[in-house]
Design a protein around this ligand. Structure first.
Ligand SMILES: O=C([O-])CC(=O)C(=O)O
Length: 169
């Protein structure tokens, strides 16, 4: 799951794909909050706004080394993931969670062996009404992200790929 790769090397090796929809780079606005900063996996998505019930429901299922992309519409009003959900995700075999929004319990998340990327931290908890959509095509920072695509993240940034990328470069 944590095989060595580098997003820079992947971009170099697939340079032409960067001009197409096959390979997209997210804007450099995400901060790493998890214990693991290099992670990759097949993408599942949740779209929600200041309400994380669907995030919990998804992370309660077997992760199978996938990455959950949470489109929280970049809201700065509520956190969508905290220490409990990060621990749950790790226990259930998720490789990582990218939140287009905020997280909370920063000190706790840092102890959890999982990748967590988010825009910022925010102490206010989310609503839990279950509003939102699971497995929708989402737009993260103007970049389209589809369930079933692949996410690669490390200290240099985040890549979204239509296909799984060979890591032996
Ligand atoms: O309220 C929530 O679901 C978010 C949270 O604090 C946690 O995951 O620990």
């Amino acid at each position: 799951m944590h095989a060595l790769f580098s997003t820079c090397d992947l971009c170099d090796a697939h340079r032409d794909a960067l001009h197409t929809d096959a390979l997209r780079v997210l804007p450099p606005v995400f901060r790493s909050f998890g214990k693991i900063s290099r992670f990759r996996g097949k993408i599942a998505t949740v779209q929600c706004h200041d309400d994380n019930a669907l995030v919990r429901a998804t992370l309660e299922s077997a992760g199978m080394a996938r990455v959950l992309v949470v489109d929280g519409a970049a809201s700065m009003k509520r956190a969508l993931l905290g220490g409990n959900l990060a621990a749950l995700a790790s226990q259930n075999g998720w490789a990582g969670v990218l939140v287009n929004g905020c997280v909370r319990d920063v000190h706790e998340i840092l102890q959890v062996p999982i990748g967590v990327l988010a825009l910022a931290s925010m102490p206010a908890p989310p609503e839990k009404h279950g509003k939102g959509r699971v497995d929708a095509v989402v737009t993260i920072q103007d970049v389209i992200v589809r369930p079933g695509e692949w996410l690669y993240a490390d200290e240099d940034g985040v890549i979204i790929s239509r296909e799984q990328l060979g890591l032996a470069l």
